[in-house]
Design a protein around this ligand. Sequence first.
Ligand SMILES: [Zn+2]
Length: 352
Amino acid sequence: MPIKLPSFRPRKDAHPPDLWTKCPTCSEMLFNKQLDKADRVCPNCGHHFRLSAGARLDLLLDHGTFAELDAGLQSLDPLGFVDQKPYPDRVAAAQLATGLRDAAVRGTGLIEGHRVSICAMDFAFMGGSMGAVVGEKVTRAAEQALEERIPLIVVSASGGARMQEGTLALMQLAKTCAALDRLRVAGVPYISIMSDPTTGGVFASYAVLGDVNLAEPNALIGFAGARVTAGTIAQELPPGFQRAEFLFEHGFVDRVVTRRDLRHEVALLLRYLVPLEGAGGGNGNGAMSESRPSFDPIGFLSSLAEKVVPDLGPGDGLDAPESPRTSRPARTARTAGDAPAARRTGRRTADG
Ligand SMILES: [Zn+2]
């Protein structure tokens, strides 16, 4: 009598692509739901995957305290830019894919009870590129921090300026830097968090101007790509070039903080970095403001011109009271006074 075997269903070889993610560092297959639960950090090797702006805000802020502002800001197409497809089509596709209006989300919230003005970028939206909207949101976040005298936190994740907005995107570098300088003069702290990747125009402006610059492990941080840099200087690059740990060792990043520790680390810094008392844009702070003149674009340009053209002295037309370079020591003096203990403890959070 023949034995009747139970029938097996054909085995599914192909898994739905949105179910699993392969870790690029250890090659482990990770179940997406578990990865999300672990804040998108590989439980096997600690690889930090990119985080959406929404998940980033959830991670950093006290539950339910985020109040979004300027949610309606949206890019226009002033240049009528068309590459493989028109720029408005690209924006619409990115909006559909991410559910965001643009590559940054800003608002206010609490971090372990400290009220902050916060702006988080999302790499999934057109590579986190900085156009007029991103620049405007960072600037408004800084202006709100100044107005309310609360710390500013910006989480960067960007490939650089948005080429489809051309000069208007490049203008955001100057605009955001000017806003941050007003913050600096007024003695309101700014913490910059660099996640993977922070490159191009964002690196060249607000991402590295924090009173404290934090970075996530192994985040790519730099201006030009490694191949361009190697080609320009005609030299082989050292291992780990443009990674967070490399920049930490060379003093460009103040701390490398794992995602698990990030919220507590920022809260700890907020306890050290308290905004200076008194309102106003820098003139009401006595000795502090005397040594720190506000940013003067004409002075900056003329000091630059002095370096390029040695003959052009300060008396040759442009009035250069003080270059921003001279204001640097005062700035480090402030942060050095506030957070020496924070620097000494090294790259990991010291609890307690
Ligand atoms: Zn891994």
